[in-house]
Every structure is written in structure tokens, then in C-alpha cells.
Design a protein around this ligand. Structure first.
Ligand code: SAM
Length: 236
């Protein structure tokens, strides 16, 4: 099955042949740039389609589209999950945040190549951006994949989320345990569990799970703590 067929069957997304051509180009550029910098361990085209593109697009299962919505992808790496979403949802504003500048050069190249008007990059660590008034409690949706365990990740994501907005953590089989371990972090940071959404990707045995957290109260100004501290001494 093609990307277009999978996206329709799994997520009810109607991608065009132009989208498919852009995703093909994305996969080619990823393999090409990956020879010069460490962007991903996954470069075989079929694997990129499932583990990077379809996995990223699975976020549509947790997003209720609203006008002027702004999504922040924390620790985006080579652009996952934020860039595929920006490519197919022109009405969604997407900011791709990453601590490593050279990875953002790859993303900036793709944004220019595809002429995306709704995507931009942000070179920052989540702990610093979360204390910056330009970014703190600014985003409607804050997401991340493969960045940290949930109790740590919530200290990155919740300070950046508007009250009334949501965080979506993309997790694997550890989603339930990580959520159990995050009860104190949720309470301290102003979050509330909303939903667990299981995603079955083609050819992948283990379920992927979207952990959806609502931001119900402002985060105390003590959080996020200084860069490195959330990992060193997670809340809880
Ligand atoms: N999200 C991408 C994906 O799933 O393919 C990349 C995952 S990679 C394993 C983790 C990325 O998060 C790295 O590129 C790293 O530089 C970035 N990162 C880790 N901690 C961060 C932080 N505190 N603030 C911003 N980026 C961070």
C-alpha cells in the first residue's frame, strides 16, 4: 500500500499526489543529509514511511482542528512529528524546536524546498524556552516524540502550553507506566490526564500510544527548572 492509501485507511486523511511527491523528496533528503550528520537510524524508504511519516501523522487522532491553532514540537530532531503535520495541514501553524542547531538546518532546508508558509524553527532547549515570555504558555498544542520519560517530558511541555491547550506525548509500550509515574508532575505543573489513544501502525507489532494531557492551571514560575535539572531530578 502507498502512503496515500495508508493515511486514508488509518487516519481518514485525504493526501494528494503532490503530498506524496513531497514525502518522497523528504525521504530522499533525509537519507542524503544523514550521510553527513546523524539525523536518524531509519532510512529505508518503507521504514521511513511507517516509522517517521505515518507515526507523525497519527497525531491527527488527538487534534481537534481550530482556527489559528499553533503547535510546538519539542526536540523535533529531523522534524518528527511536526514537519509531516505542517506539510498536510496548511491551517495549522507549526514551530519545530530543537536544541541542536545543525538538525534545524535540515528542517529549514525542507521548509524552503516545500515552500511551507506555516512552519518555522526555534533553536532552544525546552527548559529555557519555558521561562521565556515569548514562548511560555503560548502554544495550543505541545508535542514530543522520543525526547524523555513522561515525568521529565511534562516539565518540558506543560510550561509551554496555554491554559486550555493540550500536550501530546508519543509513547510506546511504556505509556501506562510512565503515566502512573507522572501523577505528581501533573499536579505540580497544572496538567490533567485527558486520554490514551492507541495507534496500530502497519507491520509494527507493538501499539504506539498518544498520551493526551490537558493544561488546566498556569504552571508555577519555578518550572521549568534550569536546563538539565528535570532529567537529573525528575518531579516525583
Ligand atoms: N522527535 C524526533 C524523532 O522522534 O525522530 C527526535 C528524537 S531524538 C531521540 C531527541 C531529540 O530531542 C534530539 O534531537 C535532542 O537534541 C532533542 N532534545 C533533547 N532534550 C531537549 C531539550 N531539553 N530541549 C530541546 N530539545 C531537546
Amino acid at each position: 500500500m502507498t502512503l496515500i492509501e495508508h493515511a486514508a485507511a488509518l487516519f481518514n486523511l485525504m493526501l494528494t499526489p503532490e503530498h506524496a511527491a513531497q514525502f518522497d523528496q523528504f525521504a530522499m533528503d533525509l537519507a542524503d543529509w544523514n550521510q553527513r550528520m546523524n539525523l536518524t537510524a531509519i532510512t529505508a524508504p518503507d521504514e521511513v514511511m511507517v516509522k517517521h511519516f505515518l507515526d507523525s501523522l497519527s497525531l491527527v487522532k488527538a487534534i481537534v482542528p481550530q482556527p489559528e491553532q499553533h503547535l510546538l514540537d519539542v526536540g523535533t530532531g529531523a522534524g518528527f512529528p511536526g514537519l509531516p503535520l505542517a506539510m498536510i495541514l496548511p491551517g495549522l501553524r507549526v514551530t519545530l524546536m530543537e536544541a541542536t542547531a545543525k538538525k534545524l538546518a535540515f528542517i529549514a532546508h525542507l521548509i524552503a524546498e516545500f515552500g511551507l508558509k506555516n512552519a518555522d524553527t526555534l533553536h532552544a532547549r525546552a527548559e529555557d524556552a519555558g521561562q521565556n515570555p515569548a514562548h511560555r504558555e503560548h502554544y495550543d498544542i505541545v508535542t514530543a516524540r522520543a525526547v524523555a520519560r513522561l515525568p521529565i517530558l511534562l516539565e518540558y511541555l506543560l510550561p509551554l502550553t496555554k491554559v486550555g491547550g493540550i500536550c501530546i506525548a508519543m509513547k510506546g509500550s511504556t505509556a501506562h507506566t510512565e503515566l502512573d509515574d507522572s501523577q505528581k508532575a501533573l499536579k505540580v505543573l497544572g496538567g490533567k490526564f485527558q486520554d490514551l489513544i492507541d495507534i496500530q501502525l502497519p507491520g509494527i507489532e507493538d501499539l504506539h500510544t498518544l498520551v493526551v494531557i490537558e493544561k488546566i492551571r498556569p504552571t508555577p514560575t519555578d518550572y521549568p527548572r534550569k536546563a538539565g535539572l528535570p532529567t537529573k531530578t525528575p518531579i516525583g
